[in-house]
Design a protein around this ligand. Sequence first.
Ligand code: SAM
Length: 312
Amino acid sequence: MSHIPVLLPESVKLLLEAPSLTTGGVVVDATFGGGGHSRALLQESMEKVTVIAVDRDPAAVSRARSLLSEFPSRFRLLTGNYADLSRLLIGIGIEHIDGLLLDIGLSSFQLEDEERGFSFQSDGPLDMRMDPAVGQPAAEIVNRADVRTLTRIFRNFGEEPYAAAIARRIVKQRQEAPLRTTRELAGLVEKMVPAYKSSRRHPATRIFQALRIVVNDELGALTQVLECGLEQLGPGGRMVVIAYHSLEDRIVKRFFRQAARGCVCPPKVPVCVCGCSPRVKILTGRGQRPTDAEIARNPRSRSAVLRAVEAL
Ligand SMILES: C[S@@+](CC[C@H](N)C(=O)[O-])C[C@H]1O[C@@H](n2cnc3c(N)ncnc32)[C@H](O)[C@@H]1O
């Protein structure tokens, strides 16, 4: 099992060329995963750059061992939710950072471990918690939420056109027996979505995405880390975010545009009265995507969009 880092040279270059890192500083990799980005950041930076990695999945800690021994004075790993980034950093005495990387979503380690319940391609318990000690497993939602709630989850977080029909079917099915496994849920969805055989994506893709987002409050955590990450960045520091679906990317794009504009006056107000000034400059225009060669090498990269800003 391994995880191939996505947009690796692009993200590392953007982060290490931050003006505020010229004489050294701190880069936070808030999504350690398999450590691919952390390793490249450590290898390609100078002695005065420290990398602090964060992951909410306790299993990531075991994968950090070799980096901890190779770079004992320049690398640290913290276990926690990046939504709490400020608190995590203050806990180790860091008030300002020069770089922040968010490579959001799941690692291949998580997807391929059937016991975690993230994938409909293998059979496992319907869990989907990134930190197995926090929150309720997906099975709790699937077996307890009413039709309206399930419909809203599948529609809002999976953009699923058959949300209501699938929700009704789940509620009917669980009256006979609760849905406990990924295969049971995927099988049920498969039966509900017409013409699925002709489509490229398995119909359960959207349902699993929706449940995962809710189980881990992924969009809430993203919104929080964007704001607190930007507060933490000193002038000339850079933030790089790699998103894998439109819901995440929309949040990142809007946040960066707003931060670059500064002004929060309604469009109808002819002259700015809010007095807010731009906090960042956008470095990646419409977003950077993997090349065809990268997608061929690593199909999981195909939906990735990288956006980066520099703090002013
Ligand atoms: C796509 S993987 C990162 C892969 C990594 N860049 C690499 O090259 O190996 C995303 C990682 O972020 C972690 N993660 C997702 N949401 C998180 C959150 N709110 N707080 C901390 N870690 C999170 C996941 O547990 C997962 O390990």
